[in-house]
Design a protein around this ligand. Structure first.
Ligand SMILES: NC(=O)c1ccc[n+]([C@@H]2O[C@H](COP(=O)([O-])OP(=O)(O)OC[C@H]3O[C@@H](n4cnc5c(N)ncnc54)[C@H](OP(=O)(O)O)[C@@H]3O)[C@@H](O)[C@H]2O)c1
Length: 234
């Protein structure tokens, strides 16, 4: 697709990977709307980027429906959903609290499903569109302390395959991007310390990957893409 003038919605675009994707796509001429829960952070990010802010929590159905009302009122159409909003929590199974588990799934799975569903309604009607789900290398194999987060990303990967199977006949390209560790606020928000060094991935590398897979001619698409740091000295 041609990104020039494309209408793009990025959930969780007010920080981290989503912010970097917003910047790269805007630099390529796209019109971009970003969402996030924290109004102050969202407003500041949208101002820096020149993006359209929509204050919304993907885990709240009313917010999701309003997000699509606002983005379609602003752009008149939508070409791309980047389903990026996500949070983490890492505990051994025996210490996993149901409420904490459900909180992760509410954003990473139910939220992604509702955002994807509303985009798909629009894309089916237009007979074209693009959905990029940002999962993780946590969607590829399990690990200790991963019940909630890894489980949620496996679920997102599973949903991606189902949406792809349903939506290809409407010319909708459903793609999965699996970042390895990226330096963002994610770790701090999830309650663990991240060793930041210059060899680890930044949001920009993921933004590069997203731009590249979108720009492929519409007759083709990348089903799934994992992005690792070349030599992440820890
Ligand atoms: N960083 C990594 O190492 C890494 C690796 C693999 C995959 N990922 C995935 O990449 C995605 C982005 O992560 P990141 O590292 O960029 O994290 P981040 O820096 O913490 O940014 C997360 C973004 O999502 C928003 N968000 C969180 N929950 C939301 C909700 N319920 N509704 C709407 N927006 C919400 C945040 O804004 P508010 O808090 O204001 O809502 C923020 O804009 C996530 O899906 C994450 O699982 C990250």
């Amino acid at each position: 697709m041609n990104l020039k003038n494309a209408a793009v919605l990025i959930s969780g675009g007010s920080a981290g990977i989503g912010y970097a994707i917003a910047k790269t796509l805007m630099d390529s001429g796209a019109r971009v709307a970003i969402t996030g829960r924290d109004q102050a952070r969202l407003t500041a990010a949208a101002k820096e980027l020149g993006a359209f802010p929509i204050q919304a929590d993907v885990s709240q159905e009313a917010d999701v429906l309003r997000t699509y009302k606002e983005v379609l009122a602003k752009f008149g159409e939508l070409d791309v959903l980047v389903n990026n909003a996500g949070i983490g929590a890492f505990k051994p199974l025996v210490e996993t609290e149901t409420a904490a588990f459900e909180r992760i799934f509410a954003t990473n799975v139910t939220g992604a499903m509702m955002m994807g569903r509303e985009a798909a309604k629009h894309f089916v009607q237009r007979n074209r569109g693009n959905i990029i789900n940002i999962a993780s290398t946590a969607a590829l194999r399990g690990a200790p302390n991963g019940t909630a987060y890894y489980g949620s990303k496996f679920a997102l990967r599973g949903m991606t395959e189902c949406w792809r199977a349903e939506l290809r006949k409407y010319n909708v390209r459903v793609m999965l991007v699996n970042p390895s560790e990226v330096i963002t606020n994610f770790a701090a928000t999830a309650g663990f310390a991240q060793k930041a060094n210059d060899s680890k991935l930044r949001g920009q590398e993921l933004a590069h990957a997203v731009k590249a897979i979108l720009e492929m001619d519409d007759r083709g698409f990348t089903t799934e893409l994992a992005v690792f740091a070349t030599n992440p000295l820890d």
